[in-house]
Ligand binder design. Sequence first.
Ligand code: HEM
Length: 495
Amino acid sequence: MTAIAYNNNSSLNVPGPRPLPIIGRTVNTISFVKDSIGYTRELFQSYGRVVSLAAGGGTNIYSPLPNCPGTVFVYGPELIQQVATQHEIYYKYPLSGKLYRQRDFSARTEPLKHYGVGLFGVNSEQHLQHRKLMMPAFHKQQLDFYCQDMVAITQSELDQMLVGKPCEITDLMRRLTMRVATKTLFGEDAGSSHQGTGNILQEIAFCGNLPMTRLLPLDLPILPYHRYLTLLAQFESRMRGIIANKRAQGGNEPDVLSMLIQARDQESGLELSEDELLGHVGVLFAAGHETSANALTWTLFLLSQHPHIAADLLDELESVLQGEAPTVEKLQQLPLLERVIKESMRVLTSVPWNGRVTSQVTELGGYSLPAGTEVFASIYQTHHMEEIYPDPEAFNPQRWETIKPTNYEYNPFSTGPRTCIGAAFALMEIKIVLAMLLQRFRLQYINQNKVDRFGIIVMKPKYGMPMMVHPQDRKFAQGVGGVRGNVREMVKLPE
Ligand code: HEM
């Protein structure tokens, strides 16, 4: 684990709500975990752009380090810039968060040293080296290659959609993006087998996100943490087999893992160890499919509530693509599609936070933060600043014809040296899926469940997103209005 320079003055002096006696910090933490966006919006309103989860600190949500002075939330371009660009001060830790701390307890926790570590678990020089080794797998030429897989998998999922029946869009998008992820990552289409690596990875993600796994990390058969460790062991043994196969075959296949196996630094000769490969693949899968699936779900939801935008978008798609799947060249000729996605990712940001831990004492927004402080920079709240985006809760793709925000004002993929390595991959995938789906089907929002937000790492609709599947008949006004739930706090929707 990356070392941190602690000093004796480790108390946190950032304003925040005074915790109740004894249970107070736990109550604040639960409030954040239950609804990170709603809870912090209230905190920001009361205390300003730099706020602590509990006055006096003492909370720990994400940092796996033994000492955590507390948790701080910030928003706004200046603060985002400091957190995102000063990568020697703001360190990142593995996706397993606090569970990463358990790694020394038994042989069963050994996989925690690798899973979800990848780029999320390296800092400073090591991060730069690993990123350099990984970049070729995400270069344009390589993306063009993934485009074919994306089109083929989207086609296969669309072929299975049933007209006249409700469809759970979150499930559909998760399955589709999981298939794309497993195919492009290690050449295995998860759609072809229910026992595949993709399914194990999905269950790992599910188990790892259960509050019980994090609250009670005890390796007892009745607890989800036990299942989590078992799944991690299964994933590791499977991946070691896949890596051995690829090595035996020369590793020349066009998937990300094969490229990472082959990657060598020209100057230093550095290559990735097997454990590092395991870490990277786990992170790429975890970071790369739920994110895109939810961005797609939210965009389809927003289109279902904005019939004029949906109609204009279909006009554009039909005139450029004429019912066909997009090619890499055609994707460049769809400006409204680009703006719709940009605006959707602004207003319903699928990754709402950048989480970091300070590696040393530092100053942020006028406050001194001790080493080891957890800092969460709010992408969501910055995307909703009236000063940058007039009428911020309006879903208005047209605004992108005239605005050009900086990378610190608009950063759905973060910014700085740790900006999302898969941003271009994700945008290509989202465009392909929307272009193919909207030309073929119209999705009508079904007013069945509330649309509430949920999740800290990825924001998703808590109760799913059921929609009725119609052939594309342009009856966009059907299903508009009547949406209930706290999504209405984030975006203006028709009554
Ligand atoms: C809509 C889809 C996506 C969104 C919104 C998204 C968003 C983000 C954000 C905000 C970060 C920075 C997080 C932080 O600093 O705390 C990030 C990092 C990362 N993302 Fe994505 N992402 C998406 C898709 C993908 C895909 C498809 C991949 C890979 C195939 C990917 C791989 C990664 C990796 C490896 C990092 C860590 C980069 C580093 O630390 O150097 N992401 N992503």
